[in-house]
Design a protein around this ligand. Structure first.
Ligand code: ZN
Length: 263
């Protein structure tokens, strides 16, 4: 059976892919990664994501402002983002969220820009892609309130690079989020998280790479790329004692559902 896998989080616009972008996308397809969502981190990369999605079948775009880039963002920028959401092949808003680990943008700016984007999600009915690092309590407080009154029908979005405990899994799942797992689950430092993964129902999971960042352990030190989603697929199947085909099928169904992509 030919695999059909979705990389729900890549950054194909980044300079790391400048020389061989086309080859990277082709390699992904050959490996079975038929669908790639390329994610914006600011207005420029969001625009580039749209361009890439229009150029390559199987590539879709998410538009958003990453918490690192929140400083200096104005309401006018959010209006521009809103215009982008109306373009074809835009399937989500993000990535957006909070990052208190690196605090590259001040916390106040992060919160303001995150809340603006959550409002935009309500206006556009697009699912959201959440980046959260060292900010769990603020994140849950904001999302619990938001999701309770959100107009979004169906899944609310994806928690990117998830690595929380089972209580956090439950909170996110109850709000209507899928949890995305990437290459980092293979790192030695993820040993205890792999025990958590065993307990997360497959119906709540999707796959991602976050490429060019966070390559699976066996590719560490190299550039990550969408084809390596297969490595995470394999590990997830091992952890759960399921076949690769079953894990591929369920995570792909989940991903296509959240992005409303018809396969
Ligand atoms: Zn990312």
């Amino acid at each position: 059976m030919e695999l059909n896998v979705v990389d729900t989080h890549s950054h194909l616009d980044m300079p790391e892919f400048a020389i061989d972008r086309e080859g990277v996308i082709k390699r992904a397809g050959q490996a079975g990664v038929k669908t790639i969502v390329t994610i914006g981190i600011d207005l420029k990369s969001s625009q580039e994501a749209i361009q890439l999605a229009r150029s390559y079948p199987g590539v879709y775009a998410a538009v958003g402002i990453h918490p690192h880039n929140a400083e200096g963002v104005t309401e006018m920028d959010i209006t521009q983002l809103q215009t982008m959401t109306k373009k074809s092949r835009v399937v989500a808003l993000g990535e957006m969220g909070l990052d208190y680990f690196r605090n590259i943008s001040p916390k106040e700016a992060q919160l303001k820009v995150f809340n603006w984007q959550l409002e935009l999600a309500n206006m556009t009915s697009l699912p959201i892609i959440i980046h959260c690092r060292e900010a769990l309590s603020d994140m849950l407080e904001i999302l619990v309130k938001w999701s309770a009154k959100s107009a979004l029908k169906g899944p609310k979005g994806i928690i990117h690079c998830f690595s929380g405990d089972l209580a956090t899994v439950k909170t996110y799942v109850n709000m209507g989020f899928y949890l995305a797992l990437g290459g980092y689950i293979s790192y030695p430092s993820s040993a205890s998280f792999r025990e958590v993964i065993r307990e997360i129902p497959l119906k709540n999971l999707v796959l991602e790479t976050d490429c060019p960042f966070l390559p699976p352990q066996r590719y560490r030190g190299q550039r990550n790329e969408p084809a390596y989603t297969l490595s995470t697929l394999q590990l997830l199947a091992n952890i759960k004692g399921l076949s690769i085909e079953e894990v591929a099928q369920t995570t792909t169904t989940n991903a296509l559902e959240v992005f409303k992509i018809s396969s």
